[in-house]
Design a protein. Structure first.
Lengths: 462, 449
């Protein structure tokens, strides 16, 4: 996992000439030395303090698909201590929260957000999500664009119960750059929002957007076949770079190739914007051709057409509930997409891609489930909650830390004032790493970004 | 299951000459007229702001609502649909949308919603381009939308042109009211279109209203006039003529503004040109001037859930906007709906405003108010409150039967009537759903299914 070893230890680079450290002498030939920091912008996120908390009497959806009536959830020292039914004893020293008639879920996770890189207000000065000057820009990192004062973070927390988000570059480019996973806790720096230990993602895009953006400039790609050709050429280059890197034969560092080689090494997860079924099938073959894995297809509106293929390849479909028809490649979107995928045993994630949609991922999941029910596909509430919790955690490689209510995991928890699959329900309290960071009844537990201070409305709290 | 009775009713309504409920009905029967039926034992919501009525009945004759409520008798011989477990509402109304103006938003060839290079602006008339067969119309109809105001989008001038009111009945013709309103941009968008500032937009607007007033005087109040424009006129004759019904108060002027100061500016305009029938569209900061809006009796079409400072003219955006304006006495409908933000989301938005009533410090809507904000109020704003938008007697029998609470995200229409006629729920989407019920090819490719 990225961040475990602070430095690459490679040999053969020009940088070796510099007296970096004395590590080389401890290695066998060829001499190895740290050449560059593998994790140069490390997370400085620190959980805020919380008090030992027991939520009792609520219906608990644990994120794995399970449902516990009259459940108890214990949080302490930032972690989930225990989850059980009414028989689970609440130890002394815990603050009891009465959850009777209410519902508990893990913190909601949005695997596809552009908060911070397309911040509100949506003025050109805030347009930092697409480095649309070259069709492939694996060298750019979304975290270098994120504005931590985006007012959207607060709305995602207070209305959506979102505790973790993947911030992605846009889809103008075939390879858009690195994503970053953030905890939804306002901070002065992006580093202080970064999810500790989360792997990076690499954003890729199929279809209309890259070929439109670059075709209109009279350059490649201007077609879907151009899309694949440019991608493949990049992977060929990346494979050579990776081989040299492993052999210690690199002579020049290449930021773009660093990222792609890390994908080939399995350290960085591919998050691939791709609408059409036939294009997803092409990408699956491309990933096998070059030896990488797609973690999730995002905006996969036609995933239902190849549910079997996605299941067989272990690739999640990250989708909207019912966006339809706004562009040619969205013409075959259907609201039953999620239910059909689930029915076929494939992995479903409901995502937002939208500063408004991220406030209601629970409702989106509910709509997707209802569409399935109308065609005879029954999916229990707990499984539906998994679409916005554990499944996105898995596709982000952070499921060991969050995404479900299991002992030892981060205390990322939402208490809802009703069933989260109802339009009438809202988050009542949200804990992140065990710290109470939103409380419907307490204006002091409601964040206001710097941008909104002193302005009319002041963050929708007036 | 009610499938049988619903299908029977559909057959009857389609004009099939079956005897109506012979077992229950009195002996003497005239042939059942198309558009005659009743729904019983349903939860009935009138759409006028009142709450839902359990065990209610709706009676429809000749395509019009005859009665709706708790103790409503079903006239002899009228076919009855058992609505047990169902909800009945008026068909949903969208006051502003692009339905029928595009097939696929991002496919320019199919999109007639704006014309950046057009020679005309206020004179543009969308009724000449509305296509009732556009795929989004069928998708919206299946979601319970039965009537809509179709608005052009401004692209070459502050005036977008003239909107139309349509019904969404299958097998159109759809247009029921051409040239129903004029739309003008006066906020950030208007500033951009006017040459770079709100100052310029205001000057253009006032000049246009004066040129139209002059034309009205010269032509005796008639829009279609041979009276030419003065040599120093900025408006083409077509555009000036199109604004005559605006300045004479025959056609509402929809004004898109968001910030509080701009809303006040529109209200001031109304004092300067008292004949204007103003509707404010957007009003993201409307709650800050809610009292003034109410006093001026200017209705508003606002987004329900826009709570982000998406621009500098919506810094005070809040989900409480609609609730606060409504509480102040403003007639507020939810909308408009464009492109990705499609009319079928209206019930979810309305439901969220009901949920907001449980948030301390926030202002939402009651359930009845929320339904009115997507039925009768948008109809009123379109000037059609006496024609459709609620289940009051005499109005068009636009009905939706739902499988549950219509504002709940898990609910959806099970049958839809426009002017008392049953409507198809089939769309491109529903056909795809059937084809892909199970992945994998069968004995023949999917293309044969």
């Amino acid at each position: 996992m990225i961040g475990q070893s602070a430095m690459h230890v490679l040999a053969g680079l020009a940088l070796l000439a510099a007296p970096v450290s004395g590590m080389a002498e401890s290695k066998s030939a060829p001499a190895a030395a740290p050449l560059w920091q593998e994790n140069p912008y490390p997370s400085t996120y620190k959980p805020y303090p919380g008090e030992p908390t027991a939520i009792v009497g609520a219906t608990v959806f644990d994120g794995t698909g399970g449902e516990i009536a009259n459940g108890t959830v214990l949080l302490k020292d930032g972690k989930v201590v225990a989850v059980g039914d009414a028989h689970l004893a609440v130890p002394d020293g815990y603050k009891r929260i009465d959850g009777t008639g209410k519902f508990v879920t893990p913190g909601v996770i949005d695997i596809h957000s552009h908060l911070g890189v397309y911040a509100s207000p949506a003025v050109p000065a805030h347009s930092d999500g697409n480095e649309a000057t070259s069709p492939t820009t694996p060298q750019v990192w979304a975290e270098h664009s994120v504005w931590p004062q985006d007012p959207g973070f607060s709305r995602a927390l207070t209305n959506g119960g979102v505790t973790t988000m993947q911030i992605l570059p846009g889809s103008a480019n075939l390879i858009g750059g690195r994503s970053v996973v953030l905890k939804n806790v306002y901070a002065r720096t992006v580093q202080a929002m970064k999810f500790p230990g989360a792997p990076y993602g690499m954003k890729m895009a199929c279809g209309e957007n890259p070929k439109r953006v670059y075709g209109s400039k009279g350059q490649m790609p201007s077609t879907r076949m151009g899309n694949l050709a440019v991608d493949r050429q990049m992977w060929i280059k990346a494979a050579e770079y990776r081989k040299k890197r492993a052999e210690g034969k690199l002579t020049d560092r290449d930021l773009a190739m660093d990222t792609m080689a890390d994908v080939l090494d399995g350290k960085i997860l591919v998050q691939n914007h791709c609408y059409r079924a036939d294009e997803m099938a092409q990408v699956i073959d491309m990933s096998k051709e070059f030896g990488y894995k797609v973690s999730a297809f995002h905006h996969a509106v036609e995933a239902y057409k190849i549910a079997d293929l996605l299941k067989a390849n272990g690739i999640c479909a990250a989708i909207w509930a019912d966006w339809w028809g706004f562009k040619m490649e969205a013409f075959d979107a259907i609201p039953e997409n999620a239910a059909l995928l689930a029915d076929a045993g494939a992995c479903v994630i409901i995502h937002s891609d939208d500063a408004n949609g991220i406030q209601r991922l629970n409702q989106e999941a509910a709509k997707a489930r209802a569409a399935g029910r109308r065609m005879g596909i029954q999916i229990p509430d707990g499984q539906v909650i998994r679409w916005i919790t554990l499944n996105p955690a898995q596709a982000l490689g952070i499921d060991k830390q969050t995404g479900s209510l299991a002992q030892g995991k981060m205390g990322d928890v939402v208490l809802w004032n009703g069933n989260p699959l109802s339009v009438y329900s809202r988050p009542e309290k949200v804990w992140i790493d065990g710290a109470l960071l939103f409380d419907l009844a307490d204006p002091k537990r409601r964040p206001v970004s710097d941008f909104e201070l002193g302005l009319p409305g002041e963050g929708d709290v007036k | 299951m009610k499938r049988t009775s619903l299908m029977l009713a559909a057959l009857l309504l389609a004009g099939t000459a079956l005897p109506a409920r012979a077992a229950d009905a009195p002996t003497v029967q005239a042939p059942v007229a198309a558009g005659d039926f009743a729904v019983t034992n349903a939860t009935v919501a009138i759409g006028d702001g009142s709450g839902p009525i359990a065990g209610g009945t709706v009676v429809v004759r000749g395509g019009k609502i005859v009665a709706a409520g708790k103790d409503v008798a079903v006239p002899a011989g009228v076919p009855v649909i058992d609505g047990t477990g169902k909800w009945v509402t008026p068909g949903l109304v969208t006051a502003m949308t692009d339905l029928g103006l595009l097939d696929v938003g991002a496919v320019d060839e199919s999109n007639d919603s704006s014309a950046a290079s057009a020679r005309f602006s206020a004179g543009l008339d969308v009724s000449l381009a509305v296509d009732p067969d556009a795929p989004p119309v069928a998708v919206s109809r299946a979601a319970g939308i039965t009537r809509a105001g179709i608005a052009p989008a401004a692209a070459n001038a502050i005036f977008a042109g003239q909107g139309a009111v349509i019904d969404l009945a299958e097998n159109g013709p759809a247009t029921m009211q051409p040239r129903a309103f004029q739309l003008v941009e006066l906020g950030e968008r208007g500033a951009d279109l006017a040459g770079g500032s709100r100052v310029a937009a205001q000057a253009l607007l006032r000049n246009a209203l004066r040129e139209a007033s002059d034309l009205a005087r010269r032509s005796g109040g008639k829009a279609a006039s041979d009276a030419g424009q003065p040599v120093d006129a900025l408006l083409t004759r077509v555009d000036a003529a199109a604004l005559v019904p605006v300045v004479t108060g025959k056609q509402p002027l929809f004004v898109h503004v968001e910030r509080a100061a701009d809303i006040r500016g529109v209200l001031a305009l109304g004092k300067q040109f008292p004949a204007l029938r103003l509707v404010i569209v957007g009003a993201g900061e409307g709650w800050r001037v809610a009292g003034e809006l109410a006093a001026a009796k200017v209705p508003v079409l606002a987004s329900a859930l826009a709570d982000l400072p998406g621009s500098f003219e919506t810094l005070a955006a809040t989900q409480s906007n609609v609730g606060r304006m409504t509480a102040a006495g403003v007639r507020v409908a939810i909308g408009g709906f464009y492109d990705l933000d499609q009319p079928r989301y209206a019930p979810q938005y309305a439901g969220n405003l009901v949920g907001l009533t449980r948030v301390p410090g926030a202002t939402g809507l009651s359930w009845g108010q929320a339904l009115a904000a997507i039925t009768s109020i948008p109809a009123e704003i379109l000037g059609e409150g006496a024609a459709f938008g609620s289940l009051k007697p005499g109005l068009a029998a636009d009905l939706v039967l739902w499988d549950g609470d219509p504002l709940e995200v898990s609910s959806s229409p099970v049958s839809i009537y426009i002017d008392g006629k049953p409507q198809s729920l089939v769309s491109h989407q529903s056909r795809l759903r059937q084809r892909y019920r199970h992945p994998g090819e069968g004995a023949l490719p999917k293309a044969y299914e």
